[in-house]
Design a binder for this molecule. Structure first.
Ligand code: C2E
Ligand code: MG
Ligand code: MG
Ligand code: MG
Length: 289
């Protein structure tokens, strides 16, 4: 009897596994097609510079307009892209789309925006990655200072010659580098001295716990102080409440990003937001109100 049950369970698991891998395989093939056919879209989430109360930067976030499943979020397909190596081609498309849009904002207005792009470690390990970035800047006629690349702590902890070479070449280009999800990695902080980082992005887990977990208040305060003493900028991710914003203002955080300011939005909506917020504020400023 037990054997019989075991057999059933075995069948159950294999059926589950088969369904799972078929699903993955199907997604992988569809993703490959989506990359070929340019079904990927890039949305932009504004970051608000607190000292000037202006949007001065944005994070480019990939979305996939799936023919059947609708809009898919990175959490649904980035891991497949990483496992299959498709992330390199995907990342290249996002980089180009981000440069194209940053260039439009720079040359056509309403205001220049520094656009940041998330990198996969597989891109950064690529020999000549920095020259692909240079080509993207040239192709889109984008000044390097308007591009930022978001890296993670684990990428900076990896002792690989290719990564070090790329990072140094990116700095030479004038592109800025930030550390994403800061505080969630298990790496030492030594990379902050070793690499030309300009910004730390405090992970949203610390921001979510602000005002109700005293330990997290202390961590956020300490990260801001440490960053500033190393001449780094600090961005808080995942800002959702006025109380969090207030805390970050009081503690000198440079920029904030989160649903309280805006969700990630398409380029057109972002442009409208820029038109409505920036000139209106300028006008109010000139009127002295
Ligand atoms: P990330 O780089 O940490 O990006 C921030 C994520 O937090 C985004 O999720 C954003 O929509 C979300 N977020 C922003 N504000 C809030 C908030 O106030 N509350 C909450 N709960 N969430 C907020 P998204 O777009 O789903 O992206 C998830 C992750 O996927 C990104 O995390 C990044 O690691 C990865 N990713 C996105 N686009 C790319 C890409 O083009 N290339 C690579 N390699 N990874 C990407
Ligand atoms: Mg990011
Ligand atoms: Mg992040
Ligand atoms: Mg994060």
């Amino acid at each position: 009897h037990a054997k019989h049950l075991g057999g059933n369970r075995w069948q159950f698991y294999t059926r589950q596994l088969r369904a799972y891998s078929l699903d993955r395989l199907q997604l992988e093939n569809q993703l490959r097609k989506a990359i070929d056919e340019q079904q990927l879209m890039v949305h932009f989430q504004p970051k608000l510079h607190l000292a000037s109360d202006r949007i001065r930067s944005a994070e480019a976030l990939v979305r996939w307009q799936h023919p059947i499943r609708g809009i898919m979020m990175p959490g649904d397909f980035i891991s497949i892209a990483e496992e299959t190596g498709l992330i390199v081609a995907l990342g290249e498309q996002v980089l180009n789309a981000a440069c194209a849009q940053a260039s439009r904002w720079c040359h056509q207005g309403p205001a220049s925006v520094v656009v940041s792009v998330n990198l996969s470690v597989q891109q950064l390990r690529q020999e000549g990655f920095a020259s692909r970035v240079r080509q993207a800047l040239e192709r889109h006629n984008l000044p390097a200072r308007l591009l930022e690349l978001e890296l993670t702590e684990s990428m900076l902890a990896e002792h690989s010659e290719a990564i070090v070479d790329n990072i140094n070449a990116l700095q030479a280009l004038g592109v800025s580098l930030s550390v994403d999800d800061f505080g969630t990695g298990y790496s030492s902080l030594a990379y902050l001295k070793r690499f030309p980082i300009s910004t730390l992005k405090i992970d949203r887990a610390f921001i979510a716990a602000l005002n109700d977990a005293p330990g997290d208040d202390a961590i956020v305060r300490a990260v801001i102080a440490m960053a500033h003493s190393l001449s780094l900028q600090v961005v808080a991710e995942g800002v959702e409440t006025e109380a969090q914003l207030q805390f970050l203002k009081e503690n000198g955080c440079d920029d904030v990003q989160g649903y309280l300011i805006s969700r990630p939005i398409d380029a057109e909506t972002f442009t409208t937001l820029l038109e409505q917020s920036q000139p209106a504020r300028d006008l109010l400023d000139t009127l002295g109100r």
